[in-house]
Design a protein around this ligand. Structure first.
Ligand SMILES: [Zn+2]
Length: 173
C-alpha cells in the first residue's frame, strides 16, 4: 500500500479508516453516501487518497446518472394534466396503491427505476390509451369513476389528435 501523508500535520502513515457520510446535491439528484476513508490519527483530518477517491467518485457518478433518469415531479404533473386525469385514478390504472402518485408528487418519495419508467412511457399517448383500454376491459367500473374515465379518454384523444391530426375521429375505444 502506498504511503499516506497528512497534509494538515505532516504525519505519515498514521491513519485509520472511518465511516463517514457524504452528501451529493445537484440538478436532478440529491442523496447521501456512506464512504470509508482514512483519517489522520494524530490530528483527525481526512487524508486524501487518490485511489479511494476515484472509487467513491465512480460510485457517486453512477448514482447521479440513475437519479437523473428518474421522472421528475413536474413531468408527472404534466402527464396528469395532458390526459386530464387525477393522481388517484392514474395510480389505480397502473395497478398501484391509490396514493402512490400523490406521494411521488408531494415529494416525499422518489419512484424507483421501474415505476419511473412506467410513468415515463405514458408520455406516449398510445401507451396511455392502451392502459386506459385495459383498465376499462378488466375492472368493474364504479359509476362515479366512469365520468373520470371518460374525461381521461377525451384527454388522450386530444393528445393523439395533436400527434397525427385525426380530429373528430371517434371509436378509438
Ligand atoms: Zn494529521
Amino acid at each position: 500500500m502506498k504511503s499516506k501523508l497528512c497534509i494538515e500535520c505532516g504525519a505519515r502513515d498514521t491513519y485509520e479508516f472511518k465511516n463517514t457520510i457524504r452528501e451529493y446535491k445537484g440538478n436532478g439528484y440529491h442523496f447521501e453516501m456512506h464512504v470509508n476513508i482514512p483519517f489522520c490519527k494524530i490530528c483527525g483530518a481526512p487524508i486524501y487518497d487518490e485511489e479511494i477517491e476515484k472509487e467513491i467518485a465512480e460510485k457517486a457518478n453512477e448514482k447521479i446518472r440513475e437519479q437523473r433518469e428518474i421522472i421528475t415531479r413536474e413531468e408527472i404533473l404534466e402527464i396528469l394534466e395532458s390526459y386530464r386525469i387525477s393522481q388517484k385514478l392514474l395510480s389505480r390504472l397502473l395497478g398501484w396503491g391509490e396514493i402512490t402518485l400523490t406521494r411521488y408528487i408531494s415529494g416525499n418519495y422518489t419512484p424507483n427505476a421501474s415505476n419511473s419508467t412506467r410513468i415515463k412511457e405514458l408520455k406516449n399517448p398510445y401507451v396511455f390509451q392502451k392502459l386506459l383500454q385495459n383498465y376499462c376491459d378488466e375492472e368493474t367500473i364504479e359509476e362515479k369513476e366512469k365520468k373520470a374515465l371518460k374525461k381521461a379518454k377525451s384527454g388522450v384523444l386530444y393528445q393523439l389528435s395533436g400527434l397525427n391530426g385525426i380530429h373528430g375521429k371517434g371509436n378509438l375505444f
